[in-house]
Design a protein around this ligand. Structure first.
Ligand code: DP6
Length: 369
């Protein structure tokens, strides 16, 4: 499958070498992406809060090489060479080279670091792939930019295309990565009520968002810091032929429709209901697939029960969501910061591995450094 809109015209500039540096955050899905078709096309639309503190910074050095037969690159994490990262990046490069024909012309040195510990159980694929996609787009920009002075409108159109293509490329690295480039809410996947939404890239959520959701907080409780028990590729594949898959995909469309009103009206009770149900449905799909998995740990359940009890006794609007693992994202409005942080320290930290957690909040996407 070729998406011709992202295949560039022949490059006009010669560039010998250089480097670019971008940071890009992780994101937390409210309506989950779980299940994909060929070419990283999602089975259903999803929406996420872009995060702020959990991010990857990547410097991409590039230098022209003698011939363009092979892809050539090295990867470093925190200054240490990481050959075990290469296969994933090689697959990514092969998927995107038709859209970035310069890839075989250069040798790349990819230097990357995360603000969160590598073994925290937090997936770095969304932040990592989106940061790398932005660096690659910066190189392409050098190769196509002409001397002609552009008008304000043309510049902004170019900028929109830059982000859109970066999101398109990031998606081919890791689906959820296409939701990390902008903030504060990003939709990925075609949805009838959201104009401009696409299966190919993430778009900024285009409608009104009530102040209740501004600067929303996300404290990530590290319940299990080990390697993922089920890789996302295996996990998404479990949806093929899953007996409940079609209903689940319909439900995601419906939940995203409901969120449009929730965001507009600032209805925190309805928000909690949708977000927690999405998290539990994701896990229910894994429990009911073949083979089946339970990715929660006993402490995940302890935390969920504590959150429910706290909500009942205090009227707080705190809620939880989960990714495909045991860690818990505790979501709450900014005005409840003090009260919820106290609750987390007093009642939830005991369930975290080594008492570790990460304070995060809504952020605004990738930045060039
Ligand atoms: C549970 O984006 O990691 O976090 O496309 O195979 O790289 P790949 O999958 P990935 O899946 C993330 C799934 C999720 C839910 C979500 O972020 O929407």
């Amino acid at each position: 499958m070729k998406d011709v809109q992202f295949i560039p015209k022949p490059y006009i500039n010669y560039v010998e070498s250089g480097s670019f540096r971008w940071s890009s955050p992780s994101n937390i899905a409210l309506v989950k992406y779980w299940g994909k078709k060929e070419h990283q096309i999602p089975e259903n639309p999803s929406v996420s809060f872009t995060l702020d503190n959990c991010k990857t910074t990547t410097t991409l050095h590039f230098s022209k090489k003698e011939n363009n037969e092979k892809l050539s690159f090295d990867v470093f994490l925190d200054g240490e060479k990481k050959d075990d990262f290469k296969p994933k990046i090689e697959t990514f490069f092969k998927r995107i080279e038709i859209y970035l024909p310069f890839l075989r012309d250069y040798h790349f040195k990819i230097e990357t670091s995360n603000t969160f510990p590598h073994s925290s159980g937090i997936a770095s694929s969304a932040s990592g792939m989106s940061a790398l996609a932005m660096c690659l787009m910066s190189i392409e920009k050098l190769l196509i930019e002409s001397d002609i002075t552009l008008s304000e409108v043309e510049r902004s159109l170019n900028n929109d295309f830059f982000i859109q293509k970066a999101s398109f490329l990031a998606r081919l690295g890791s689906g959820s990565a296409c939701r990390s480039l902008e903030g504060d809410l990003v939709v990925w996947g075609k949805h009838d009520e959201i104009d401009g939404s696409s299966d190919l890239f993430g778009v900024k959520y285009p409608f009104e968002v009530h102040n209740n959701f501004k600067n929303y907080q996300d404290t990530i409780l590290l319940v299990d810091k080990g390697e993922k028990q089920v890789s996302s590729t295996v996990g998404h594949n479990l949806m093929h032929g899953h007996p409940f898959a079609q209903e689940r995909f319909k439900q995601a469309h419906k939940n995203l429709s409901s969120l449009i009103t929730v965001f507009k009206e600032g209805d925190l009770d309805a928000f909690i209901e949708i977000v927690e149900s999405e998290a539990l449905t994701l896990h229910a799909m894994m429990m009911t697939s073949m083979p089946y998995f339970i990715l929660m740990k006993p402490n995940t359940l302890e935390i969920i029960n504590k959150i429910w009890a706290f909500r009942q006794t205090t009227n707080s609007k705190v809620c939880f969501t989960l990714d495909a693992g045991a860690n818990v994202h505790v979501l709450y409005p900014e005005c409840e910061c003090e009260k919820v942080c106290e609750f987390i320290k007093n009642e939830l930290v005991a369930f975290c591995q080594k008492g570790e957690y990460i304070d995060d909040k809504i952020g605004f996407g990738a930045k060039q450094l």
